[in-house]
Unconditional design. Structure first.
Length: 340
């Protein structure tokens, strides 16, 4: 199971029943578990998510000989081991500090400022995701295109193609249970990288079965949605400009307001188009292996919702297939499909 899971490329669905006020979406948490649904207290025995008997192994004998939890994670790399990821660390072991100063989290020195001075760059204001009405029974939108693939296993999708994809209406329609019909849109790219075929790789992050289905779906059916992708750093193409509540017309975001110009430089009046991944013009632009964000862009994103609205978030994973293509930062092969 781990080999299959570690190379999945799909999208996650998360529902937010009764969101209160405006929320800054910094982390997505979905905790599926067995729950009462239509009078069924727990998944039955033939359900893939059915509960199994609790096993007591006080001596740890059953653990002997088991593969490591990350077995298969580095499949396709040069050595197919953790060494592949370590090779791309920004700071190699011999360059890391051990004097106990400024060593969090990389054991390295403080990041250079490249001559940037305090208060010489306008702070970026949040960019709203923007929600849309959700029709759970619509047909496939005309000319709908699947998640665009990367150039290679170390890349992320082209920025313009990714924005075009995210700007489409949501499809497939969200469902109570996991989508176990559609296949992973990056199947061929993954197979090429790991050097073997995949058997029906899913296009969904949550497993099948009642235990992983949306909780209380009939009680809180989503009425609105938004979708995004976790992607490597890229230039913002401005496709969310039209989704801003203020429309760059009202208040401080209007033409005479403080924030109408999103960066504080010529050419950024009423748009985020062209904003690169850096906090100051003196600093270098970050590439897709150095930083990940929602949409792969700045400004950071904001979710605004109203009391009583039931929302659904569809979250795609557009990060590189190669787990070593991240400069040694964590493990980025989290699920890429629909999940609560």
């Amino acid at each position: 199971m781990s080999k299959r899971k570690n190379h999945l490329k799909f999208v996650t669905n998360i529902r937010f029943p009764r969101i209160v006020g405006a929320a800054l979406l910094t982390v997505c948490i979905g905790t599926p578990y067995a729950y009462a649904n239509n009078g069924i207290p727990y998944p039955k025995g033939n359900d893939p998510s059915a509960l199994t008997k609790l096993v007591f192994d006080a001596e740890g004998d059953l653990l002997e000989g088991l593969e490591d939890a990350n077995h298969g994670t580095f499949e396709g790399g040069v050595t197919e081991s953790v060494t592949d990821a370590e090779a791309n660390n920004v700071l190699q072991a011999e360059e890391q500090r051990d004097d106990g100063r400024f060593n969090v989290p990389t054991n390295g020195p403080p990041s250079p400022l490249y001559g940037a001075r305090p208060f010489t760059q306008q702070m970026l204001r949040f960019e709203e995701f923007g929600t849309q009405e959700l029709d759970l029974y619509k047909n496939r939108p005309a000319n709908w295109q699947s998640l665009p693939g990367p150039w290679d296993a170390q890349s992320t999708p082209d920025g313009a193609e990714l924005e075009g994809f995210l700007a489409q209406p949501i499809w497939p329609n969200p469902t109570v249970f996991a989508n176990d019909t559609d296949l992973n849109p990056w199947q061929s790219e993954i197979e090429s990288f790991i050097g073997r075929g995949l058997v029906d790789p899913p296009a969904e992050g949550r497993p099948p079965g009642l235990g992983w289905s949306h909780q209380r779906w009939d009680d809180y059916k989503p009425t609105k949605y938004f979708q995004t992708a976790m992607a490597g750093a890229r230039t913002n193409g401005g496709f969310r400009d039209g989704k801003q509540d203020h429309g760059y017309r009202d208040g401080e975001f209007g033409k005479k307001g403080l924030y109408h110009n999103t960066v504080g430089a010529h050419g950024f009046e009423g748009t985020t188009e062209g904003i690169d991944i850096r906090f100051h013009p003196n600093m270098p632009i970050q590439d897709h292996t150095a930083l990940w964000t929602f949409d792969g862009t700045l400004p950071p994103k904001l979710l605004k919702a109203r009391y009583g609205e039931t929302l659904l978030m569809r979250h795609y994973n557009a990060l590189p297939i190669d787990v070593a293509a991240n400069r040694g930062c964590s493990h980025h092969q989290y699920p890429r499909a629909q999940r609560p």
